[in-house]
Design a protein around this ligand. Structure first.
Ligand SMILES: *Cc1c(COP(=O)(O)O)cnc(C)c1O
Length: 452
């Protein structure tokens, strides 16, 4: 047996308040494996820091979400939100499960085509679409979601050049009782802008109006907000049918369902604070079924969930670089993974667990990343067992947005691996190297030589 580590006694200041009702400390067990694969062995093979994705969790999440909706409503389709995590291996897992693609740029659009998604199963959202991209999307029969009047006019202007009428929807923003309201995308419902856009589309005769779309926010904590959104889009669909003689084929309620992460400063942990997918499904489908459409004419329900399907499938494994005392006596622990790869630490209190046995000593500590930059804070204050240089930690629920919003700032991006359902690991994105980062740089001739 290994000799236990000696930890010197220390005097701790007791802090009143700031606890939630479960106390400050919620985890007493180390996390030594993920899907049955040892954390230490993965780090030995693939290095540190290391992103790990669980294929099993992604498929389970997807199947549960689909079940929650299809048991309540007859026509449902999910479209994978590329910007949430567009590593091809991840996208293909969702496409294998039957998910369409939801993209918000030409770059993501081409990525979806590259993953083999048929054009007519790609939803093209976002405020920027070039003529070339609109032409490509239109000729592929993709679902183009118009964001503003200038885009609507852009499409009308180019329509004569297109091989077929573009299939379009409009994005609608609205008051769902959740503030601040996201009104910068799409056409407003309450002031009549959305209705005016629909009239223009139908009157132009240049486009096929196929759907109505909204994406009311992200990490939404109210299922009721979706019921309001479903009702408002449903009312528009009804007006399209009765006043514009146009049947709306689908209502797309976007994404935004929360994962079980804990928002910074939240009193309750995420697992207790967020509604389940079933609660969202119940609120949405109940409203859609009450709209008054006969069963055969019920619009297809499209969902563009991202975060809720992938966040808890992602882990970031990291190594302790050092410990130090801050000037106020607080303990600070420095990890080799910082905000450069963990963008979501700006708004989540990520759950962090040691990956090896620990002693009973705990202390409030700040967890910092490796960047030489003051903002590089992984946790402002967290109560953890004492960690020593070389110890490993697991940062939980990092699958959404980190592998797209990560940056090459001071450090390069690390390896990303996938654990398949048989417990095999696969490298799905290699750690970056200096040559890769500098590949696109050009040094002007007069700067080729330096003289120091
Ligand atoms: C980002 C985004 C999504 C996915 O949002 P999540 O919060 O990850 O579920 C879906 N639709 C649109 C239009 C988006 O911009």
């Amino acid at each position: 047996m290994e000799k236990l580590v000696y930890e010197s006694p220390s005097i701790q200041k007791m802090n009143a308040g700031l606890m939630n009702k479960f106390g400050t400390r919620t985890d007493y067990e180390p996390v030594k494996q993920i899907d049955g694969v040892s954390v230490h062995s993965m780090m030995a093979q693939y290095g540190s820091p290391l992103f790990v994705l669980s294929e099993r969790t992604m498929r389970n999440n997807y199947q549960n979400a689909v079940r929650a909706f299809t048991t309540r409503y007859p026509k449902v389709h999910f479209a994978w939100s590329y910007k949430t995590n567009y590593l091809n291996a991840v996208c293909r897992i969702f496409h294998q499960e039957g998910s369409w693609a939801e993209v918000v740029s030409g770059f993501e659009y081409r990525k979806a085509l590259g993953n083999g998604v048929p054009g007519n199963k790609i939803i093209f959202n976002g405020p920027e679409k070039t003529n070339e991209e609109l032409e490509m999307a239109s000729n592929n029969g993709s679902l183009i979601h118009i964001d503003h009047f200038d885009e609507l006019y852009q499409l009308i202007e180019m329509s004569d050049k297109l091989k077929q009428k573009p299939r379009v929807a409009i994005r609608v923003n609205m008051d769902t009782g959740v503030y601040p309201m996201w009104d910068r995308f799409g056409f407003n419902f309450e002031n009549g802008q959305a209705w005016s856009a629909l009239n223009k589309i139908v009157a132009s005769g240049k486009m096929d109006l196929t759907g109505l779309h909204c994406h009311i926010g992200t990490f939404m904590l109210s299922a009721n907000a979706y019921a309001t959104a479903a009702k408002k889009l449903g009312d528009l669909a009804w007006k399209c049918k009765t006043q514009l003689n146009t049947a709306i084929q689908y209502i797309d309620l976007g994404g935004g369902f929360p994962s079980t992460n804990t928002l910074r400063g939240s009193f309750l942990p995420g697992t207790d604070a967020v509604p389940s997918v079933d609660e969202f499904a119940e609120a949405i489908t109940k409203e859609l079924l009450l709209l008054g459409f006969p069963p055969a004419e019920l619009p297809l329900l499209v969902l563009e969930s991202g975060r809720v399907l992938v966040d808890d499938a992602g882990y970031l494994l990291s190594t302790v670089l050092a410990n130090k005392r801050l000037s106020d006596g607080r303990r600070a622990t420095i990890l080799d993974a910082g905000v450069n790869v963990l963008f979501t630490s700006f708004w989540y209190d990520h759950k962090i667990t040691p990956a090896q046995d620990f002693t009973q000593h705990t202390e409030d500590m700040a967890l910092y990343g490796p960047l030489c930059m003051n903002i590089d804070v992984v946790r402002q204050s967290v109560n953890l067992p004492l960690l020593n240089r070389g110890d490993r930690v697991v940062i939980h629920k990092v699958g959404a947005y980190n592998m797209t919003q990560w940056m090459q700032f001071i450090q390069m991006r690390p390896n990303v691996i996938l654990i398949d359902e048989q417990g095999q690991t696969h490298l799905i994105r290699e750690a970056e190297k200096l040559e890769y980062v500098e590949q696109l740089e050009k040094v002007p001739h007069h700067l080729q030589q330096i003289n120091i």
